[in-house]
Write a protein that binds this ligand. Structure first.
Ligand SMILES: *[C@@H]1O[C@H](CO)[C@@H](O)[C@H](O)[C@H]1NC(C)=O
Length: 500
């Protein structure tokens, strides 16, 4: 196994909550640069296009991102299975199943809640879901097994290579009954169930297949409990180590299965396991590692609609979560940068910005449909306030920020030019068909020049807590895009494209 190179180290592991007691008068009163009105429809289009640039496997004839080519066409072969397809998670060429499943769940949630606001783009959003869902079906085709990763992360991160040239180790990692992984299996079940809702009327046969598989994968996750970080620690830590534990993914999987199947057993599972599976966890977070705030918001919809009184505690928790991220609260769960961006320590901050903003917007919709507000001590938060907060974050991403730049590649006048992304920074296989080897890529990595291939729609990790952005490949925490930054953003942009 290759030694991890400090040069090419990818994303940092899980984030610990930060409790900076910063009192902001009000985020909304902050003077934002005079950019009025973003083209949310253009940003939506681009945010979905990004997923085509992350595709692994054989590209279809209708592939729009033309500088990419086929890659990783033998993934799974060493294990005698077909694991081609799916998405590269970020600026490297590993297929990490845990964040890929989370990406698929959030892309699906984006389509379920905001697809009707997306106009013609909904078709592309659904295609992005399908690309992940088809891969997850392959990864779960053998009963009692989930293939959770393809690619040795040390071998991969030691090289700066295009996916089309890859000659690093494509080691296949799996969980099974003797090496459990309720975290990754629970998230995979959630993703399959959520995708089944996306396809319910669009492709009923595919939807049934997805739901049927979700049921089986969830059963496996629940019956054989354990953390994949223990079973596969050498391969998944510190990359996508489940620091937070697997309990949240079991509740999350059950919540999505309940929404997709309406079967009583999942509701009973949630009620019965709520306390045990939540015990000792930080519940005001949401990301690929920690699902709690998402569980609370998702389940609250039914409570707010008056359909689930036995689940009222989830709404109370969702209310508490919302209060904890409002600016001006005395014990906030998040910090705000001077320019108004949600900030959590630990790197790749934009993942928090988009996922927390998604929950603000989704909850805001559930509240307004049921005529509710969120009580926060002696204040209260209206659905309109939550919407404005979410919009402020989206506008920051698109250019209303102290750097006056868009953090979405290809959107606006100024955007990141040197993103930490192998395919984007190396010449395209179309322009330069000859193989570029592992270390031959270093000169492109170290070059001060802009990336030759514009990965349109990629949203990078973003500025530091003082709103400063280096636009430099080695600063991967700031300059690397990831699929789970974009997945919730697709929903946000869908909504604001119809309600600017
Ligand atoms: C953010 O980056 C700028 C420019 O590199 C630097 O001056 C500043 O100290 C950084 N802020 C923090 C909090 O790291």
């Amino acid at each position: 196994m290759a030694r991890k190179s400090p040069l090419f180290t990818a994303k940092s592991p899980a984030i610990s909550p930060s409790f900076f007691a910063i009192f902001l008068m009000s985020l909304l009163s902050l003077t934002s640069p005079a950019v009025s009105g973003h083209d949310y429809a253009d940003a939506l289009h681009k945010s979905i296009l990004f997923f085509e640039g992350q595709r692994s496997g054989k590209l279809p004839p209708d592939q729009r991102v033309r500088w990419r080519g086929d890659s990783a066409l033998h993934d799974g072969a060493t294990a005698g299975v077909d694991l081609t397809g799916g998405y590269y998670d970020a600026g490297d060429n590993v297929k990490f199943g845990f964040p890929m499943a989370f990406t698929a769940t959030l892309l699906s949630w984006s389509v379920i809640d905001f697809g009707r606001s997306m106009g013609g783009e909904v078709r592309n959003a659904v295609r992005a879901v399908r690309w992940a869902a088809e891969y997850l079906l392959k990864a779960t085709a053998t009963p009692g097994v989930v293939y959770v990763q393809v690619g040795d992360p040390y071998s991969d991160h030691n090289c700066w290579e295009r996916p089309e040239d890859m000659d690093t180790l494509r080691t296949v990692y799996k969980i099974d009954w003797s090496h459990p992984g309720s975290d990754v299996a629970g998230e995979t079940a959630a993703a399959l169930a959520a995708a089944s809702i996306v396809f319910r009327s669009r492709d009923p046969a595919f939807s049934h297949l997805l739901l049927d598989r979700a049921v089986k994968v969830f059963e496996f996750a629940d019956k054989h409990r354990g953390a994949y970080s223990a079973s596969l620690s050498h391969a998944v830590c510190p990359f996508y180590c489940d620091v937070n534990g697997y309990q949240d993914e079991l509740l999350w999987g059950a919540a999505w299965l309940h929404k997709a199947s309406r079967r009583r057993e999942y509701r009973e599972y949630i009620v019965k396991n709520e306390v045990v599976l939540r015990a000792g966890e930080t519940i005001n977070e949401f990301g690929w590692d920690n699902k709690h705030a998402g569980i609370n918001v998702l389940i609250s919809k039914e409570v707010l609609m008056g359909k689930a009184d036995d689940l009222r505690s989830f709404q109370n928790n969702a209310d508490d979560f919302i209060c904890s991220i409002l600016p001006g609260i005395s014990h906030p769960q998040v910090q705000y940068s001077p320019g108004g961006l949600i900030f959590k320590a630990g790197g790749s901050n934009m993942q928090h910005v988009t996922s927390l903003s998604f929950l603000l917007l989704a909850y805001s919709n559930y509240l307004s449909h049921s005529n509710h507000i969120v009580p926060c001590g002696d204040r209260s938060a209206s659905p309109a306030l939550l919407k404005r907060l979410a919009k402020r974050q989206v506008d920051y991403i698109l250019g209303d920020n102290p750097m006056r730049m868009s953090y979405m590649v290809g959107y606006g006048e100024r955007y990141p030019q040197r993103i930490h992304h192998r395919g984007s920074s190396l010449p395209s296989v179309r322009a330069h068909p000859a193989h570029i080897g592992c270390k031959a890529g270093s000169r492109y990595y170290l070059s001060p020049n802009p990336n030759p291939n514009v990965l349109v729609g990629a949203v990078v990790g973003g500025p530091n807590s003082s709103d400063s952005f280096p636009d430099s490949r080695p600063f991967f925490q700031e300059s690397e895009p990831t699929t789970y930054i974009n997945a919730p953003l697709v929903g946000l942009l869908g909504y604001f494209s119809a309600h600017p």
